[in-house]
Design a protein around this ligand. Sequence first.
Ligand code: AN7
Length: 329
Amino acid sequence: MTSWRGLLDSGYRSRLPVSSSTPTVSLHEGNTPLLPSPHLSARTGCSVYLKIEGANPTGSFKDRGMTVAVSRAVETGATTVLCASTGNTSASAAAYAARAGLRSAALVPAAGVARGKLAQAARYGARIVAVPGSFDDCLRAARQLATTPGVALVNSAGNELRLAGQRTVAYEIVDALGAAPDVHCLPVGNGGNITATWEGYVAYGRGRPRIWGFRAADTRTEATAIRIGSPASWESAVAARDASGGRIESVADAEIFAAYRDLGRHDGVFVEPASAAGVAGLLARHAAGDVEPGQRIVVTLTGNGLKDPDAAADYSTVGLDEFASSLTA
Ligand code: AN7
């Protein structure tokens, strides 16, 4: 078996907006596990699969689009990769920029970016710009700065390079299952990923699921990755919802964090809180009687749990003696 060399060189180059002369900037992203969930299958009466996007090189689905965007940034002679981010885009952009020998900078909300993501961006050599305000403020500022020559803005909104890369998640799922699932659940922040996932199924032409997207109900959600006031790709997200006969709904933080814990405890999959929104939504719809049994359902788990250690820090330890006696009790 030859080893996987990433989306451009092993995966789906002919389906991506690059030419034979585009240099490949890759960390061997993609080809992530599609893991059956016995736990969620039993709870819903369906066959539920988890697409583990936290297994990508920087720990989130963002790497799928970033390999395309940064490869093209190199081709067009950019010198700086710029983004606004709730964290994962900044980590991914910084890593691919480092790989390409480009500078990178990330505009992030001064409060509320998970520590693991900032640690990544720093170690990949990004300049981290703390913007007082929300993600929406960061995106506005980034769009202004992006008019500077040599700067490549790599946010996904309106960015065909990023979206084309992110479509590959649907190709992988169809290749693994042999057909599209009946339902595909995922978190929604700016709406880029729901757009790309739907467009991926359409482009691959081997079946179309209903797309169920879930946003955080609270604009101050502790699931900081999706703490976004006005989704930058809202129109295309709604188009994906409507064309697929799907839904976009909100889930409360209590539901998100319950799903976050269950994924670790029952599936052995540690995700960051935002990544659990798709599971939270699926379970909420199941509780409401909207999930017909017997369906094939894929849930995208967008990012790795290690990105947000503070969200996971409410554990306790026991002493050695107490543990030893508990074993024989
Ligand atoms: C783990 O990194 O917007 O609906 O700046 O990090 O395509 O925005 C992250 C978004 C879901 C939502 N799950 O995806 C950023 C950023 C995780 C995320 C989303 C994000 P979109």
